[in-house]
Design a protein around this ligand. Structure first.
Ligand code: NDP
Ligand code: OXD
Length: 306
């Protein structure tokens, strides 16, 4: 009977029933505490106090409840396989967040929602087909968000580390590809992991490539944006608005200039939550595969960092 250690205590009450339901009939022993050498799998989240994986000598895999793994991937004690969260409900949430915030800016909704002067301004927005979007990161979440925007007629250009084909969506890569994606975009969405290769990717030079008034949405990771450069570009009027869900320090400190900036919207890392019911099935499937000697799903590549 595989022993599964649930490592983040704060999430136990929320996840326990969903995991027990998903493990039904699998003969899994789900525990909150165990002798490390007896544990077969660890369910992990960044809030887990567990930092030293060395004593977990029998553990076949650490199963992350989070999609982003930057807080565990570089842990030198982690020699076990690491799987990240890829879950349809998480993806659905991200698609909704991205589409909602893209439409807010595309339609200029703020002008009508907050209109204390009762200004009758009948200016119509362009059609979505006239509003190019760049999707930086074409992984599980970027691809799904890009497809949803394409379904609304937004011309989306994807950009990622490697060359790829995503039906009907032009996909670029490399530095030239990034420049082309940025130069053509009125709205940029970043769905990139935090790695050495993405840190400060949107710096002053690259922000300057965007057309004046471009909007940035960042539900990926805060470190992808050079905050000082973004604030300067907002102050200069070059960037029209930034809607940010993720930050270098979370919760975003109360005195951070983003809170007070009139053209920044802060959302508190809620773009896409991992939902217990659906994610429990993802975890169960990986344990089932591990026990059957099959390859695990959603393995993290340590060298790439995601
Ligand atoms: P994936 O690993 O599936 O996709 C990552 C994408 O980023 C891939 O397209 C990858 O390129 C690209 N990428 C990585 N490094 C680079 C680089 N140096 N240059 C260009 N492209 C790069 O991740 P997901 O789509 O599942 O998630 C993306 C991120 O979203 C997560 O890492 C996490 O940080 C964040 N997230 C945020 C949430 C929130 O609530 N705000 C919720 C969940 C996730 P390639 O395809 O070539 O490998
Ligand atoms: C994640 C997140 O990575 O919620 O899953 O940010």
């Amino acid at each position: 009977m595989p022993k599964v250690l649930f490592a983040p205590p704060a999430l136990w009450e929320e996840y326990r029933p969903a995991l027990l339901a998903a493990f039904d009939g699998m003969g899994v022993d789900l525990v909150q505490e165990a002798e490390p050498a007896s544990v077969d799998y660890i369910i992990y989240a960044p809030s887990a106090p567990l930092q030293n994986f060395t004593p977990y000598t029998r553990c076949k895999a650490v199963l992350s409840l989070w999609a982003g793994v930057e807080r565990i991937v570089g842990n030198p004690t982690l020699t076990q396989a690491l799987c990240r969260m890829v879950d349809p409900a998480l993806t659905e949430g991200m698609v909704e967040w991205v589409v909602g915030h893209v439409l807010r800016h595309h339609l200029g909704m703020d002008r009508h929602i907050v209109n204390p002067g009762r200004v009758w301004d009948p200016t119509c927005p362009p059609l979505a087909r006239e509003r190019p979007v760049a999707m930086l990161g074409m992984g599980e979440l970027g691809r799904a968000a890009a497809r949803a925007l394409v379904a609304l007629n937004f011309p989306v250009t994807g950009w990622s580390r490697t060359e790829k084909t995503v039906g009907g969506i032009p996909c670029l890569h490399g530095e030239d590809g990034l420049e082309a994606a940025l130069r053509g975009a009125e709205i940029v969405v970043t769905l990139l992991p935090k790695t050495a290769g993405t840190e400060n990717l949107l710096d002053a030079r690259r922000l300057a490539m965007l057309p004046k008034g471009a909007v940035i949405l960042n539900p990926g990771r805060g470190a992808v944006i050079d905050d000082d450069a973004l604030l300067a570009a907002l102050d200069a009027g070059h960037i029209g608005h930034a809607t940010l869900d993720v930050f270098r320090i979370e919760p975003l400190p109360g005195d951070h200039p983003y809170w007070a900036h009139p053209r920044v919207t802060v959302t508190p890392h809620i773009a896409a939550d991992t939902r217990p019911r659906s994610s429990a099935h993802v975890i169960a499937e990986n344990i089932r595969r591990g026990e059957a000697g099959m390859p695990l799903l959603h393995l993290v590549d340590r060298a790439r960092g995601y």
